[in-house]
Design a protein around this ligand. Structure first.
Ligand SMILES: NC(=O)c1ccc[n+]([C@@H]2O[C@H](COP(=O)([O-])OP(=O)(O)OC[C@H]3O[C@@H](n4cnc5c(N)ncnc54)[C@H](O)[C@@H]3O)[C@@H](O)[C@H]2O)c1
Length: 347
C-alpha cells in the first residue's frame, strides 16, 4: 500500500514514516517545510519514498496519484500556534483538511487517518470519570476547536467509500530527529538538565495524558490497515491509562530520574483550565494489534540521554530550532512567509 503522510517534516513525521516502512508500506510525504531546517539526523529514520513540497491549502488531485491511504498530520499543531492567529489555525487545520479529504474521496482513497487530539476534552476529565470517546467535548483553544470541527466535517463525508478514523492523541513526548521542547515532558526535562531546576509555573494540578510518538505512529499504522468494520468513522483515544498524570507528577517523575534537580511549583501562572483525564481502553480493546508501550520513565530517560549526548550543541533548548511558535515567527520576520504563513515566491 502507498500511504501519503502529510506533515511528514514535523516532530511526529519521522516516526510515522518509519512505522509505515517497517510495516512494509510505501510512503509519500507532503509538507510545506516550515521546520525543514530544524532537524538533527538520528540513525534509523528513513526518508519517504517520494516527497512533495506543498502547502496543504494548495493540494491538487494530481498530488494524490497512486495513494491508497492518507495519514493527515499537517497542522498548526499546538495551543501557542493557535494563539498566533485563530483564523489561520482554522484555515489550515480545518478548511484545508476538509478540502484534502474531499479530494481524497473524489480520488477513491478510502482510508483517511486524522491526527486529532485529546485536547478536545478541555476541562472535562477533571470533573468525573476519565473521558472516553463518547465524552462531551470541551475545546478551550483555537487548536482544540480546529480538531473538533475537522472531526465533524470528516464524519459528514464518511460513507461506504470513505473511511475517516479519528486518532485523539494525548500530548506527545519522545526523541525525534525534529526535536521539540514546547511539549510538557521535554520542556520540564530541558529545564532540569540545562539549569538544574524545574519550575512549574502552574499549581501543578492539571491532568495531562501523554503518549510516546512511537506509540502514536504504530496506532496510525493499525488504523490505516485495519478492516473497515473495526475503524471506519471511529474515534480512538491514543495513549495508556497509566500515562494520565498531573503536571506535578510528571515533574516529580523527572526529578526521580535527575535526583540532583530542584523542583519548584510556583503557581505564578494561575490556574490552567486545560485539564483532562482520558480513558484509553477503546484503542487497547478494538484497534487491531495496537497497545501503547512507552512509559513516562522510559521516554524521559531517552530524552535525558539525548540531551546529555550533545545534541543541543550550542543551541538553547528554548530557541526556534526546538519551539514551533518561535520558528514560525522567525519565518515571518525574515519575510520567508507572508502573514498567512504562505511561503513567498523567491524574489
Ligand atoms: N505533538 C503532540 O503533542 C500532538 C498531540 C496530539 C495531536 N497531535 C497532532 O499530530 C500532528 C503532528 O504533530 P507534530 O507534533 O508532528 O506537529 P509539528 O508542528 O511538529 O509538524 C506539523 C507539520 O505540518 C506542516 N504544516 C503545517 N502547516 C502546513 C501547511 N499549511 N501545509 C503543509 N504542511 C504544513 C509543518 O511544516 C510541520 O512539518 C498534528 O496534526 C498535531 O495536531 C500532536
Amino acid at each position: 500500500m502507498q500511504v501519503l503522510i502529510t506533515g511528514h517534516l514535523g516532530y511526529v513525521g519521522p516516526w510515522m514514516i518509519r512505522a509505515f516502512k517497517e510495516a512494509g508500506h510505501q510512503v509519500a510525504g507532503l509538507d510545506v517545510g516550515y521546520f525543514r531546517e530544524c532537524v538533527d539526523p538520528l540513525e534509523g529514520f528513513p526518508p519517504p519514498d517520494r516527497e512533495c513540497v506543498r502547502d496543504i491549502r494548495d493540494v491538487s488531485a494530481a498530488d494524490l496519484d497512486g495513494v491508497d491511504a492518507i495519514v493527515h498530520l499537517a497542522a498548526l499543531s499546538n495551543d501557542p500556534l493557535g494563539h498566533l492567529d485563530p483564523a489561520l489555525t482554522h484555515a489550515i487545520n480545518t478548511e484545508a483538511s476538509l478540502r484534502l479529504a474531499t479530494l481524497a474521496k473524489q480520488s477513491g482513497i478510502r482510508r483517511f487517518v486524522f491526527a486529532s487530539s485529546c485536547s478536545i476534552y478541555g476541562g472535562v476529565g477533571e470533573r468525573g470519570a476519565p473521558a472516553d470517546e463518547g465524552a462531551t467535548m470541551d475545546p478551550l483553544s483555537a487548536y482544540a476547536h480546529s480538531k473538533v470541527d475537522t472531526e465533524a466535517g470528516l464524519a459528514a463525508l464518511a460513507d461506504a467509500g470513505f473511511e475517516p478514523v479519528f486518532m485523539r492523541n494525548a500530548t506527545a513526548f519522545g526523541v525525534s530527529p525534529r526535536m521539540r521542547f514546547d511539549l510538557v515532558v521535554q520542556n520540564l526535562i530541558g529545564w532540569g538538565v540545562t539549569t538544574g531546576a524545574i519550575r512549574v509555573l502552574s499549581d501543578g494540578t492539571p491532568w495531562r495524558p501523554i503518549v510516546h510518538i512511537a506509540d502514536m505512529s504504530r496506532a496510525c499504522v493499525a488504523a490505516a490497515t485495519a478492516p473497515a468494520a473495526a475503524v471506519a468513522g471511529e474515534a480512538f483515544n491514543i495513549g495508556r491509562d497509566d500515562n494520565n498524570f498531573r503536571i506535578r507528577e510528571i515533574a516529580e517523575t523527572i526529578v526521580g530520574i535527575l535526583p540532583s534537580v530542584r523542583l519548584e511549583i510556583t503557581g505564578e501562572a494561575g490556574p490552567d483550565p486545560r485539564s483532562y483525564r482520558v480513558s484509553f481502553a477503546k484503542a487497547a480493546d478494538r484497534l487491531p494489534g495496537f497497545r501503547a508501550e512507552w512509559t513516562l520513565e522510559r521516554g524521559s530517560e531517552e530524552i535525558v540521554a539525548w540531551l546529555r549526548s550533545g545534541h543541543l550543541r550550542e543551541r538553547d533548548f528554548q530557541s526556534r530550532f526546538f519551539v514551533r511558535l518561535k520558528q514560525l515567527q522567525h519565518l515571518m520576520s525574515e519575510r520567508y512567509v507572508d502573514d498567512r504563513i504562505r511561503v513567498r515566491a523567491p524574489a
